[in-house]
Design a binder for this molecule. Structure first.
Ligand code: CP
Length: 301
């Protein structure tokens, strides 16, 4: 396995399946996370230069469960506010003896950092709109938990795909498997990257897109990443793309509904979020187990 987890493409299909299987060992028979004092001599720094709840907190919980020392870097009170670059910041952490850096950053800086600081392990916790590999792992684990396999499934992704690093990493991850089909659905201006691809089909009509779906991944509109004002009529948007109970009727009865969070209830109704098909809250819990597996593997390598 590579030294760093910078993209899901750093992992082979076997690596992905091994990490998912390994993550199951960190959940006991009652569904609680095991606490193992495996890495008491390791220091993990969580450096999040963009907002996060799930990823940042689940990495902190995962590292704590493994017995690591966890540093919660606060960008707002750091010397980044005094003009220090991300390179000087991470180098300072490296000089202090931090073993592993979990980094979320709006720009593509993680490869350069990993190259220049070879003693430190880097785990990508979100790189602009580009990639989010541990989210893809937890998404694939959640699907396997419910469907036992990724092979043969019809998977539909609905929403603001263009700004979604969750989508790009998920698409890279599932490209290792023999899925039946991958369908991209959403407002044409939010799916420009996905209208002509080799790895899936774009279907703007949600009723057609959802027909016989096994897995539906819903995504919020990432207003913060649009370069110009989005003149969107929300009622029309919801009518076309919001996953409602009525639209869910086009999918298979046992379809699983996913969302990486945070949920805005524009892309999905509260009743679908709360429905028995929804595995959205399980995705959050799986984030801890998957990140325990990732930290364990990359701290050991
Ligand atoms: N899924 C995800 O990355 O959520 P956060 O932004 O809350 O970490």
């Amino acid at each position: 396995m590579a030294k760093n987890l910078l993209t899901i493409n750093d992992l082979t299909k076997k690596d992905i399946l091994d990490l998912i299987a390994f993550s199951n060992n960190f959940i006991d028979e009652d569904g609680n996370f095991r606490k193992e004092d495996l890495f008491p001599d390791k220091i993990v720094a969580n450096v999040f230069c963009e907002p996060s709840t799930r990823t940042k907190m689940s990495f902190a919980v995962a590292a704590g469960n493994l017995g690591c020392n966890v540093l919660d870097f606060d960008v707002d009170t750091s010397s980044i506010q005094k003009g220090e670059s991300i390179f000087e910041t991470i180098d300072a952490l490296n000089l202090m003896g931090v073993d592993l850096c979990v980094l979320r950053h709006p720009e593509s800086v993680i490869r350069d950092l990993a190259e220049h600081l070879p003693k430190m392990v880097f785990i990508n916790a979100g790189e602009g709109s580009i990639s989010h590999p541990t989210q893809a792992l937890l998404d694939m684990k959640t699907i396997i938990d419910h469907k036992s396999d990724l092979d043969g499934l019809k998977i539909v992704i609905v929403g603001d795909l263009d700004h979604s690093r969750v989508t790009s990493s998920f698409v890279e991850g599932v490209s290792n498997f023999d899925i039946d089909s991958l369908v991209f659905c959403g407002h044409p201006e939010m799916c420009q990257k996905y209208q002509n691809t080799d790895f899936g089909i774009y279907e703007p009509d949600i009723d057609k897109a959802l027909k016989d779906a096994d897995v539906i991944m819903t995504l919020r509109i990432q207003y913060e990443r649009f370069e110009k004002d989005l003149n969107l009529d929300l009622d029309s948007y919801k009518s076309a793309y919001q996953l409602s109970s009525e639209k869910l009727g086009y999918a298979k009865g046992d379809a699983v509904i996913m969302h990486p969070g945070p949920v805005n209830y524009v892309e999905i109704t509260e009743s679908v979020y709360d429905s028995e098909n929804s595995v959205i809250r399980q995705q959050i819990a799986n984030g801890v187990a998957v990140r325990m597996a990732v930290l364990s593997r990359f701290l050991s390598s």
